[in-house]
Design a protein around this ligand. Structure first.
Ligand SMILES: Cc1cc2nc3c(=O)[nH]c(=O)nc-3n(C[C@H](O)[C@H](O)[C@H](O)COP(=O)(O)OP(=O)(O)OC[C@H]3O[C@@H](n4cnc5c(N)ncnc54)[C@H](O)[C@@H]3O)c2cc1C
Length: 412
């Protein structure tokens, strides 16, 4: 699958990045992780640091899949609102899901603090704006639900938004406890630490092409014919797992993003209150953030198909639309250009929840499919679930994300 087109800015902006060897001899391990994107990095780090004898293989290079296209917003609020989750799953499951997301962002912040070099992960609050007057009532209901269940949020009306941000929106919620990150640098920092400190073995340019099930282990054969015997496999293959097994709950579409040149710090600080992550109630939504080196990232204008040639044709025009959106929000920023623009496959699920856990058709295996706008947060949730599932086959929250869960109503 072609995961992304054009080159996002992250690799160029990341100084601490290493190359890893190709696997050249047969090996045995407790856990084999397939895929070295954000999901593979977080679970490799977790398992290696817990003492599992862990091997990770990647058919491209570290972070070169969707992770490289990731715009790095880490938010506990989801594409599917808490209100909508309550309607679909009931209060208990909905609140538990949102609580897990909140804890998952905090965990990412804590992990980042423990790493030897920075991936520009900065705690931020988000501004979730009503896209139009008709959305205000639903946004208010969402605010009340978030308040009721203990999430740290604030309400903003039009005049407060205008006086603080300078733009006009009918209403907004501020959510506290989110963050931004350079996802490519984060993945490299995680792997660097997991290999040097916890003995993780990591191999690039090493592709799974075949698997054999045995009574007490699984054998993976790579594209070069090398065998890996593992007691357990974690598939962290991103959207490409759909080529190995089709999930009827998965939807793969396309999305677009841009990153500007650095702007003046003082100008940006002046117009962009608290450097909040900004997004909106419309679906699909547009979103905006800044970076540590004073760039602006904008994304959105998703289209409902995953055809590489089509999204590539639309990229230049859509990048211009995203720049125009920034100018509309912050006209005083003056001339703005997209230094980087890119487009890629983007996965979500019909019911709005990621898919994480064991699969009835694949023994000794767990899967991380963090589909949705909060993919990194879902990968972080997986770091709590997967070790328990490997060791005991049980985690109290696993039912929320399991593959054979009940058919919930389609996400709104
Ligand atoms: C434009 C865009 C913006 C986004 N913005 C955000 C955001 O702001 N916040 C957020 O949380 N999420 C965001 N996402 C989603 C996020 O990018 C994904 O959730 C995340 O990258 C998924 O990571 P992953 O490790 O599961 O997948 P990937 O990064 O794709 O990693 C999977 C890896 O598996 C490897 N692989 C596949 N098959 C094999 C095989 N057979 N053998 C060996 N290796 C294999 C691939 O090469 C790949 O490197 C965005 C996505 C896009 C496209």
């Amino acid at each position: 699958m072609d995961l992304r087109s054009s080159v996002p800015g992250w690799p160029e902006l990341t100084t601490n990045k290493s190359a890893y060897p190709m696997l050249q001899q047969h090996t045995d391990c407790d856990v084999l992780i397939v895929g070295a994107g954000m999901s593979g990095a977080l679970i490799s780090y977790e398992l290696a640091s817990k003492g599992f004898n862990t091997v990770t293989i990647e058919k491209r290079t570290v972070g070169a899949g969707s992770t490289c296209a990731n715009t790095g917003l880490l938010q506990f609020c989801n594409d599917k609102s808490l209100t909508s989750c309550i309607h679909s799953f009931g209060v208990e499951k909905a609140v538990r899901f949102y609580t897990l997301c909140k804890e998952a962002v905090s965990k990412l912040i804590a992990i980042h603090e423990s790493l030897p070099f920075s991936a520009d992960l900065i705690p931020r609050s988000s501004l979730y704006v009503a896209s139009c007057d008709e959305d205000v009532q639903a946004l208010r209901t969402e605010y009340e639900a978030l308040m009721k269940y203990g999430f740290h949020v604030e309400w903003r009306d039009t005049s407060k938004i205008q006086s603080t941000y300078g733009f006009r929106k009918p209403a907004a919620i501020i959510t506290h406890g989110d963050a931004e990150v350079n996802p490519f640098a984060f993945v490299h920092a995680l792997f660097e630490t997991a290999t040097s400190k916890y003995g993780l073995q990591l191999y690039e340019h090493t592709k799974v092409s075949h698997r054999e099930e045995h009574k007490d282990h699984i054998t993976i054969i790579t594209d070069k014919g090398i065998q890996i015997n593992a007691k357990h496999i974690v598939y962290a293959m991103g959207y490409e797992i759909q080529e190995m097994k089709k999930d009827s709950n998965a939807v793969i579409q396309s999305t677009f993003a841009i990153m500007t040149e650095p702007l003046s710090t003082s100008l940006l600080d002046q117009v962009w209150q608290d450097r909040n992550l900004i997004w909106e109630t419309a679906r699909p939504y547009k979103y905006f953030r800044t970076t540590k080196d004073n760039r602006i990232i904008a994304g959105g204008f998703d289209i409902g198909l995953n055809i590489e040639a089509q999204r590539e044709r639309m990229l230049s025009h859509t990048a211009t639309r995203l720049v125009d959106e920034i100018k509309q929000l912050f006209p005083s920023l003056g001339e703005i250009n997209a230094k980087y623009s890119w487009t890629g496959a983007f996965g979500s699920t019909h019911d709005g929840l990621p898919m994480i856990g064991m699969h009835p058709k694949f023994p000794r295996s767990t899967f991380i499919e963090g589909y949705g706008g909060n993919g990194t947060v879902y990968s972080s949730i997986a770091t709590d679930l997967i070790p328990a599932l490997i060791e005991t086959g049980y985690h109290p929250d696993a039912h929320l994300f399991e593959f054979d869960r009940p058919r919930y109503p389609t996400s709104t």
